[in-house]
Design a binder for this molecule. Structure first.
Ligand SMILES: [Zn+2]
Length: 269
């Protein structure tokens, strides 16, 4: 819906234009999200978040003629936050569309509800799910299984998929540290060097988590508990290199050279 609000094609959302792709990637400058502060998923959305939103809305849209405001977990807005939002909701400014996503209706004040058009979303059919997932780059082969596991809820399907990738990457990193000889490890590093963009960050992320666990164990149980062939010094070096690599990735230095550095640590350090 946010894509439809910002797309300029005739059949909206087209799913293919720059604007649509940015909305789907979560990088559209005129798609403003209001959510609970920090990382906590359980936190409430308070007056501060609403003030920040109002401030953002007082500035001109980047694209010129439209803006979509997405309030995830709108049912987590505190009553004062809801009251603070009322005026903006009533006069959102030309071309601004508000999307309030709520799991329950009751926590929303009647004054908020009366200013919204309520759309109840049910479970998706397999066909609808297929369209939604394909649009988000999920391969066809995964769709039926995801549909079954997610009970027809698109967001859940995407989450499950995310978890699968995380699990796969965790297994890969564990195998990397699991030994099997130098040859097997070199093969794995070559495999890692071919990772796509989305996998690269996840790789270092999971590797960091794994190294952290291994280092903690080595500190607790002594050197002998380190994975075979790794001294705790080597683990420390790899950790240092992994953290560096994460920084390099965000500054767009090549993944391959980051892997190479890590490679050196594995066998040299
Ligand atoms: Zn479009």
């Amino acid at each position: 819906m946010a894509a439809a609000a910002l797309c300029r094609a005739l059949a909206r959302p087209c799913g293919a234009c720059e604007s649509c792709r940015r909305v789907l990637a979560g990088t559209h400058p005129d798609l403003i999200e209001m959510k609970a502060p920090g990382e906590s998923k359980s936190g409430a959305i308070g007056v501060d978040e609403v003030r920040e939103l109002t401030r953002e809305l007082s500035e001109k849209p980047f694209g010129g003629d439209g803006r979509a405001v997405l309030v995830r977990d709108a049912h987590k807005m505190t009553p004062p936050a809801q009251n603070a939002l009322l005026k903006t909701l009533e006069e959102p400014g030309a071309g601004t569309v508000f999307l309030l996503l709520a799991e329950q209706e009751e926590p929303l004040l009647p004054t908020i509800r009366s200013r919204c058009r309520i759309i109840r979303l049910g479970r998706l059919s397999l066909e609808e799910m297929r369209r939604g997932l394909l649009l988000r780059g999920v391969p066809e082969a995964e769709i039926e299984a995801l549909y079954e596991r997610s009970d027809g809820v698109l967001g859940r399907a995407l989450e499950l998929r995310g978890n699968e990738e995380v699990q796969r990457m965790e297994a890969f990193c564990a195998a990397l540290l699991g030994g099997g000889g130098e040859k097997a490890m070199i093969a794995r590093l070559y495999e890692a060097a071919k990772f796509e963009k989305a996998e690269q960050a996840l790789f270092f992320d999971r590797l960091e988590a794994l190294l952290r666990r291994e280092l903690a164990r080595a500190a607790r149980e002594g050197e002998s508990s380190a994975p075979p062939g790794f001294t705790s010094f080597a683990l420390h070096s790899m950790m240092k290199e992994t953290l560096l690599a994460k920084k390099r990735l965000s500054s767009n230095v090549g993944f391959a050279s980051a892997i190479e550095q890590l490679f050196g640590r594995l066998f040299g350090g």
